[in-house]
Design a protein around this ligand. Structure first.
Ligand SMILES: *Cc1c(COP(=O)(O)O)cnc(C)c1O
Length: 405
C-alpha cells in the first residue's frame, strides 16, 4: 500500500500545501477536526500584530490597523466557504455563545412557539444551550432521533437546530431537505457547521438557511479557542434582535449613548470588544483554507478516508465502522466502535498517531485534507493494525484517563 500511497501523493494537487503547516516530526495528526494544525504564517502574523500594532500602535490601531472591522472582515472571508454573502457572516464569540444569541433571536421571531427541535446525541453544548433557555422559561427542548425529525416538526416548533456533520459519527444531514421541511412547518433553521466549515462544501444561501454558526479552531486552523463565526441570512437582518446587547453590537459604539440601538447589519452579533489576537490567528487559517478551496479539500478528504479504509482491510482488520460507509454521506472523519477505544487511542498516540476518543467507545480519526498525505493513511493503518493485532493497547498505562480526551 505504501507504493500506492506514494503514487497518490505524487499526483495530489494539494500536496504542496502541507508545507504551509507546522507538523511535528514523527506525528501523524488525525485530530485536525478537534484542533487544526498551526499554519506557518500564523507566527509571523501574531508577531506583527503584537509587536507593531499593539506594541507600537497602541490604542491607535483600532483605526490605523482597522481592528474595529476585524470581525466583519474575517466573517466576509469565511462567507464563500459556506455559501453565504460577505455581509451575512461575522467572526465572534464561541459557538456556544453564538448558539445562545441565534436561538434567542429565533424564538423572538416566532411568537407563540417555544420548541427548539434537535436530535439526541447532538454535540453537548448545542443541547446545553437549549437547556439554559428552557431553565429561564424561554424555550422548550424537543429531541427527536434523526429519522423522526420530520415528524416532530409541528406548529409549536420555533427553530430546528442541527449539526450538519455529526461530531461522533461524521454522518451528514441533507441540509436542503431538512431546511425545507422546517420552513414548511413554519419554523426557522439554525445549522451548526463546526465539523463542516473548511472541509466540506456548504451552501447556506442555496438551501435558504436562516442561521448558522461554526468553529474557528477545527478545519479553519484558527488556534485553540479561536473565535467562532455566526451567519444570519440578510432577509432577517431587519427583524433580527439578539439578547446579548453589548456595546460592540451597537450601531455607534463610540457615541457612548445610554440607549442601546442595534447595528443594522451582521455587526449586531458582536457583544463585547473583539478579540484581536484570536482573530489574527483565525484570519491566517481562513486565508489558507480559502486559497486551497473547499471543493478541492472535499475531494481530497473523501479520497483520504477511502484509501484509509482500503489500507485497514488490506491489513486484515475488521473494524466496526460507525461512520456512513458511503464517503459522500459523511464528513471528513472515520469513527470506529471498539470496546477498548480509549486504550486503543492512547496506544496510537504513544506511536505518534494522534486521533481521539469519544465516550463511551468511539475511536475517531479525522482527515484534515489540507495537510495530510496518503502516506500518512498507510502508516496510520499499519500502526492501528499492529496495536490491535499485538494487543499492545492492553498495557496499563493506556487505560489512565486524562481530563481532556
Ligand atoms: C467543536 C464544536 C463546538 C464548539 O463550541 P465552542 O463553544 O466554540 O467551544 C460546538 N458545536 C459542535 C458541533 C462542535 O463540534
Amino acid at each position: 500500500m505504501m507504493d500506492r500511497a506514494k503514487a497518490l501523493d505524487a499526483a495530489d494537487p494539494l500536496a504542496a500545501f502541507r508545507e504551509s503547516f507546522i507538523l511535528p516530526e514523527g506525528v501523524i495528526y488525525l485530530d485536525g477536526n478537534s484542533l487544526g494544525a498551526l499554519p506557518k504564517a500564523t507566527t509571523a502574523a501574531m508577531t506583527r500584530v503584537v509587536e507593531k500594532e499593539w506594541g507600537e500602535g497602541l490604542i491607535r490601531s483600532w483605526n490605523d490597523a482597522d481592528w474595529f472591522a476585524m470581525g466583519t472582515r474575517v466573517g466576509a472571508k469565511i462567507a464563500p466557504l459556506i455559501g453565504a454573502k460577505p455581509h451575512e457572516v461575522i467572526a465572534c464569540d464561541t459557538v456556544s455563545v453564538n448558539l445562545f444569541k441565534l436561538i434567542s433571536a429565533a424564538l423572538a421571531m416566532r411568537p407563540g412557539r417555544k420548541v427548539i427541535l434537535s436530535e439526541p446525541g447532538n454535540f453537548p453544548t448545542d443541547i446545553y444551550m437549549i437547556e439554559g433557555l428552557e431553565r429561564q422559561g424561554l424555550a422548550t427542548q424537543r429531541l427527536a432521533p434523526r429519522d423522526q425529525i420530520m415528524d416532530a416538526l409541528d406548529d409549536d416548533v420555533a427553530l430546528l437546530m442541527l449539526t450538519h456533520a455529526h461530531y461522533k459519527t461524521g454522518e451528514l444531514f441533507d441540509m436542503a431537505a431538512m431546511t425545507k421541511a422546517a420552513h414548511d412547518a413554519g419554523a426557522l433553521v439554525l445549522w451548526d457547521l463546526s465539523h463542516s466549515t473548511g472541509a466540506l462544501p456548504v451552501d447556506l444561501n442555496g438551501v435558504h438557511a436562516d442561521f448558522a454558526t461554526g468553529c474557528g479552531y477545527k478545519y479553519l486552523n484558527g488556534g485553540p479557542g479561536a473565535p467562532a463565526f455566526a451567519y444570519v441570512a440578510d432577509r432577517h437582518h431587519a427583524d433580527f434582535a439578539q439578547p446579548l446587547t453589548g456595546w460592540f453590537g451597537h450601531a455607534r459604539p463610540f457615541a457612548f449613548s445610554d440607549e442601546y440601538e442595534a447595528a443594522p447589519g451582521i455587526e449586531q452579533l458582536q457583544c463585547g470588544t473583539a478579540p484581536i489576537l484570536g482573530l489574527t490567528a483565525l484570519e491566517v487559517g481562513v486565508d489558507l483554507i480559502a486559497e486551497i478551496g473547499v471543493d478541492r479539500l472535499y475531494s481530497k478528504s473523501r479520497a483520504l478516508s477511502e484509501f484509509f479504509l482500503e489500507c485497514i482491510v488490506e491489513r486484515g482488520l475488521d473494524l466496526d465502522l460507525v461512520s456512513p460507509s458511503e464517503s459522500t454521506a459523511r464528513g471528513s472523519q472515520l469513527s470506529f466502535r471498539h470496546d477498548n477505544a480509549y486504550a486503543l487511542c492512547q496506544a496510537l498516540i504513544a506511536r505518534g498517531v494522534i486521533g481521539d476518543f469519544r465516550d463511551p467507545d468511539i475511536l475517531r480519526l479525522g482527515f484534515a485534507p489540507a495537510y495530510l498525505r496518503f502516506e500518512d493513511m498507510a502508516e496510520a493503518a499499519k500502526h492501528l493494525a499492529e496495536v490491535i493485532q499485538t494487543e499492545e493497547w492492553q498495557r496499563d498505562e493506556f487505560s489512565q484517563r486524562a481530563a481532556v480526551t
